[in-house]
Design a protein around this ligand. Sequence first.
Ligand code: HEM
Length: 405
Amino acid sequence: MAYDTDTAADSPPVTDWVHDWDWLDPAWGPNAIDIWNDVREQCPVATTERYGRAFMPVTMEGVKTIAHDTEHYSSIWVNVSRPDAPRTPAPPITSDPPDHQAHRRLLLPSFSPKMIDPLEGEMRSFCRSLIDELDGRATADAAEEYSQHIPVHGICLLLGTPESDADMFRDWLHRSFQLAPRDNSVRLAVAQEMDAYVSEKLAERVAEPADDMLTIIAHAEIDGEPVPDALKRGYVKLQIIAGIDTTWSAIGSGLWHFAQHPDQRARLVAVDDDDMLWKTAIEEVLRYYAPVTMARKVIADTEVSGCPAHAGDQMLLTFPAANHDPEAFERADEFLIDREHNRHVAFGLGIHRCLGSNLARLELTVALQEWLRAFPDYSLDTSRETTWACGQVRGPRNIPVHLNR
Ligand code: HEM
């Protein structure tokens, strides 16, 4: 598929991450952790003018302050893009108080452990079916042939969308995260395509209700009043946008990591699925490789870590950078598979904390357990390139491996 990447040509490579950061610079994907650590040694908040004025805090203190402050920061902009970018609602993530709470409450029951835990069996068989397709192979791409498919299956189970639409979802995500921040026409095109698709799916559920989240959303009411159609479409679009790339990136990062750490892999292979070591390992994957960086629009003059911010500025909410702050974590730069105290912020903080965290943890755990059971000795194929997605959702998009069975 051909994409309009002209705007990328106008963006010279970053040479100064403190004064001119860019989350779409190709160096961000593979090197973001080093970039944040480097910036943190120089100052707590980096700046750029590439998208209008936008800030990038890299400390836990800065990130916490912003995430908990809905008076100075709004979620109407949740990514750093051109300031004239057209923005469409996707509640609750784009909602501020007081509206936020009602939207969140409406979706919350679909994400409770009661709804998510029963998906484990189906998710395990799905992972095994992907592994079966690698039968007889010596090498594989653990992202293209494994990690990218798993969260789509989860979302399709939850929402009730057909699995055959997976390629279209991934195309929307690629364009939204990698291209749209620099190019309004891409953002508009994706919004129109998603709106048309979601309207059709919601209409189908009005005509014929089913036992799925699409049906709940199609009939959604707040205080006895039907939710407007644009917001219903926003709920559904949010599940597609928030539920696929994110977990796919976390699973991929875990696979990429363990491919290079045979000692840690051996410890995991040796224990039962319900061993505590699996729990600490999954939380450490989430801390170390946290895929999701959000943003806020500054709506009233304020300051963060001594840096003044003015209404209209954009503020990155760099949860992954906070997870590497040595003020917040002992041995922050080390991946400790049995880390005991791990108050990471991969799923955010405050009123917008991730609704899908139960599903994400389930998918991540099941995906890594089934892969390690099938390929306990797999390793990274260093003769081929691992490619990383930049920007809002960071993670490996190609992971060439030797299966070494
Ligand atoms: C490893 C995977 C995931 C990570 C790291 C992640 C991360 C996050 C973060 C950081 C936020 C906070 C947003 C903010 O403060 O603006 C968030 C919110 C949200 N996430 Fe996730 N997420 C993941 C998976 C999922 C999945 C699988 C779903 C759904 C199927 C999901 C649905 C949501 C929703 C609906 C919100 C908005 C909550 C609100 O605004 O009240 N996420 N997520």
